[in-house]
Write a protein that binds this ligand. Structure first.
Ligand code: C5P
Length: 224
């Protein structure tokens, strides 16, 4: 089984990102690069990170009209990303066109409801119901649009996996059992998320901010 852990490279400089990735590359399965990284370092930065030999997950969360998203997706072909994110709220046609425009080996996964939004935030945008209900509705839409999967929390992945057996599920917000809880209220461990059906485990600070990132990555790997 390949390592499902994708390291979230939320590091301010390209040098820092490369140093971290080089250190832990034999203990993670891939690298997740977000909007912050892409806006700062662009294609060049992605190519540099790809020199580690690890698959690249571009967490760019596209949300625009179908034609624009499809064109943006085509512009990523040269980087050969393993995974790219889009917003399910962009609608079915946008998701279909994004998938059709993606590279042959690229998984396209949809963000449902951002975890930073609560009931009140959703209501203010005109959406009734809870974020959980909305996430399940958008997961169904993403499935119907032919996407590979969705991004969801460790609390939802079990329920969504039961409805979408062959879906590809990306789960962030994980903490190893022995790590600092910080401001997190409900913790899901990488192992628990994996057992519940997660395909990719996105882990950032528990590795990147550890005193010894290699030991932290190895310890997580050993629990899986
Ligand atoms: O908390 P941690 O540093 O492990 O976060 C890893 C990555 O997952 C970050 O890039 C963060 O933006 C993302 N994340 C997310 N949704 C959450 C929690 C974290 O997309 N609910």
């Amino acid at each position: 089984m390949s390592n499902p852990v994708y390291l979230a490279v939320d590091v301010p400089t390209l040098d820092g990102a490369l140093t971290l990735a080089d250190k832990v590359k034999t203990h993670v399965g891939g690298l997740k690069l977000g909007l912050e990284f892409f806006c700062a370092h662009g294609h060049h930065g992605v190519r540099e990170m790809a020199r580690t030999g690890l698959p690249i997950f571009l967490d760019l969360k596209f949300h625009d009209i179908p034609n624009t998203v499809a064109s943006a997706m085509q512009s990523l072909h040269v980087l050969e990303p393993a995974i790219v994110t889009i917003h399910a709220a962009g609608g079915r046609a946008m998701m279909e066109e994004a998938k059709a425009a993606a590279g042959e080996h690229c998984k396209v996964v949809a963000v449902t409801v951002l975890t930073s939004l609560d009931d009140g935030d959703l209501a203010a945008t005109g959406i009734g119901g809870t974020p959980h209900d909305q996430a399940l509705r958008l997961a169904e839409l993403a499935h119907a649009a032919g996407l590979d999967g969705i991004v969801c929390s460790g609390h939802e992945v079990g329920a969504i996996h039961r409805q979408w057996h062959d879906g590809f599920f990306v789960v962030p917000g994980l903490r190893p059992a022995d790590s600092q809880v910080g401001d997190q209220k409900r913790i899901v461990t990488p192992r628990r998320a994996r057992d519940d059906g997660a395909s990719v485990l996105v882990i950032g600070r528990p590795i990147s901010r550890a005193d010894d990132p290699v030991a932290a990555a190895r310890a997580i790997e050993a629990t899986l």
